[in-house]
Design a protein around this ligand. Structure first.
Ligand SMILES: C[S@@+](CC[C@H](N)C(=O)[O-])C[C@H]1O[C@@H](n2cnc3c(N)ncnc32)[C@H](O)[C@@H]1O
Length: 257
């Protein structure tokens, strides 16, 4: 059924309650931390960092974790699919904003150390003020540029790396350079999983253009699509084709694709 846009706006106003907590500017865009709740109580309250006129979310959490985690479910599914057979002891999230994915990893893998790297000082302040309540002290949030952090990292290799680097709506495309990819591979453990959130920013044709540096640095890859968002899983180790196929199948199953 096609609902006229005027009626949609009216229903939204009547059914959804918004409480704006703070507005700030970053990357030439205006961002708002907002609590969104449903007057009929059908869904739990979401805390979000929204921008681009409320059309894009940088981070999303349920204020009550018992409802799970609403941010980037396809990435969560990929983490779970690989985590079923491989242990995560050390995880890295590049681009943290409100730290939704670190919260998910914290809850799912209680013995995994988690490092978050965030470039914008304001986002770190926002995360600490509104999003990190109750997160375990295994999580460390570092103020750094991912492109400086990764090449200079020298401690324990990571079993899981999530690359979620956006400046406003735009994906930071230097994640596809040979230099970054080779350093990224250099900080992975043998059986690590690396996931890139590409959102809607990269077309299939564009991904083909990055094939050479991706293939040079990672032994296998799996591209997942949900609606028009894309997610790339990269495997540094010599995983058999069967293992990667099982990963894809399991991810699709978790997402009920
Ligand atoms: C989509 S948000 C990340 C959301 C987050 N992963 C979560 O789980 O809620 C993208 C973040 O990447 C950060 N970012 C962009 N470029 C960066 C860089 N070079 N190094 C570190 N963080 C960066 C932005 O400041 C922004 O906060």
């Amino acid at each position: 059924m096609n609902i006229p846009s005027g009626l949609k706006r009216f229903l939204k106003k009547v059914l959804i309650r918004r409480k704006e907590l703070e507005t700030f500017n970053l990357y030439g865009d205006s961002f708002t931390v907002v609590d969104i709740s449903y007057r009929l109580g059908v869904r739990p309250t979401i805390r979000a960092i929204e921008h681009h006129g409320g059309k894009v979310f940088s981070s999303l959490i349920y204020l009550d974790d018992k409802y799970g985690h609403p941010y980037l479910r396809p990435v969560q599914a990929m983490i779970k699919a690989w985590g079923g057979k491989h242990e995560y002891r050390n995880a890295l999230v590049l681009g943290c904003a409100g730290c939704s994915l670190p919260r998910f990893i914290d809850e799912e893998y209680p013995s995994c150390a988690i490092t978050g790297v965030e470039y914008a000082e304001k986002m770190i302040e926002i995360a600490k003020k509104y999003f990190l309540d109750g997160i375990d002290e295994r999580f460390h949030l570092i103020h750094a540029d991912a492109f400086e952090y990764v090449p200079t990292y020298q401690a324990d290799p990571f079993d899981l790396i999530i690359v979620d680097l956006f400046q406003g709506k735009g994906l930071v495309k230097s994640i596809f350079t040979d230099d970054f990819l080779s350093h990224l591979k250099g900080i992975c453990s043998e059986k690590a999983l690396v996931v890139f959130n590409l959102s809607t920013s990269v077309t299939q044709e564009e991904i083909s253009q990055y094939k050479t540096p991706l293939k040079k640095n990672f032994s296998s890859a799996a591209l997942m699509q949900m609606w028009n968002s894309r997610f790339l899983a990269l495997f540094p180790g010599k995983n058999s084709d069967d293992e990667v196929a099982a990963f894809k199948q399991k991810t699709a199953k978790i997402l009920r694709l």
